[in-house]
Design a protein around this ligand. Sequence first.
Ligand SMILES: NC(=O)c1ccc[n+]([C@@H]2O[C@H](COP(=O)([O-])OP(=O)(O)OC[C@H]3O[C@@H](n4cnc5c(N)ncnc54)[C@H](OP(=O)(O)O)[C@@H]3O)[C@@H](O)[C@H]2O)c1
Length: 343
Amino acid sequence: MRAVVAQSTTPAGETAGLMDVELPDLKPAGRDLRVRVEAVSVNPVDIKVRRGRPEGAPAQVLGWDAAGVVVDTGTAATLFQAGDEVYFAGDVTRPGCNSEFCLVDERIVAGKPAGLDFAEAAALPLTSLTAYELLFQRMRIPLGQAGRGQNLLIVGGGGGVGSMAIQLAKAMSRMTVIATASRPESRAWAQAMGADEVIDHRGDMAGQLKAMGLVGPPAIHHAFCTADTDPYFPVLTELIAPLGSLGFIVPPKAPLSMGALHAKSITVAWELMFTRSMYGTADMAEQGRILTEVASLLKEGRIRSPLHQRWGPITAEVLQRAHRQIESGATLGKLVLEGWPAR
Ligand SMILES: NC(=O)c1ccc[n+]([C@@H]2O[C@H](COP(=O)([O-])OP(=O)(O)OC[C@H]3O[C@@H](n4cnc5c(N)ncnc54)[C@H](OP(=O)(O)O)[C@@H]3O)[C@@H](O)[C@H]2O)c1
């Protein structure tokens, strides 16, 4: 089967970083599905794994966000059968989906959302799972009417995770969503995703909130940071209202000063989308359920695919360009590659 592998730690700008190869066919066992990959989304985790590979590490298939068709199943798999169209993020401790076929545990897979093509579907799983798990399972933001009158700040509203955090928060809670964006195009994108207000994270955030009439506590009841944790932890500690919650998805590079959060009884929540699959937690099938719920929200027209750029085919050359785009830090929504080159 055709695949694109990371074969060294060289930057994406250098052609040695990713390479087109032929790999042996895969055979599903246990609860695995073998899926023919039709489209893959590119995420910062691809770049982080590529850069973090030890010197001399064996070639590795990256890419953990895909849509495709089930080809065959392990003997213990019961949820899907050959021919089913599916979407999933996968498990970062296993080979990824930048290959013609990949193996994935059926518990973290869901049926491809109705009415979406493969590229639109591949734009969804990783960021939807991240946003859903952090908002509703770690931060436990108030759902429906219970959220009315509260504010949720989403730092980085124009990116992949921000796009789904805005949409899912608006679809499932009556909170006011204030997103951050630093460029006219990312501001417009965050608004298109449903943000009620947009402020600039490169400016004085407290001043901008004040100008909106949000002065003093309680101003921000919940904050979801999609950007690096370290620079935002102090400012969010200041902005968060008593009894509020802070959510982070990027591991801090240095120890964080937590003491100031005690007086306000703030909940600090962490999210790694791969925790359930990496550790095989007893509730790992929750990811299949969440993706099924996301598909229902799409069908009802309450959210939409965050697909922004559709590239292809899936080759080392196109993936290298995609890595460079993600490395720019200025991606809007999701970038997806679809299709394989003709033989
Ligand atoms: N823990 C997890 O499970 C998990 C899951 C997914 C992602 N992540 C991590 O979360 C981060 C974001 O992922 P992503 O997929 O959303 O990335 P992305 O799509 O590449 O994010 C691009 C966006 O980031 C914004 N941005 C850039 N610098 C910023 C800054 N200093 N402050 C605020 N926003 C900034 C940009 O907005 P402007 O152009 O408006 O500045 C841009 O629209 C990455 O580090 C990724 O590895 C973690």
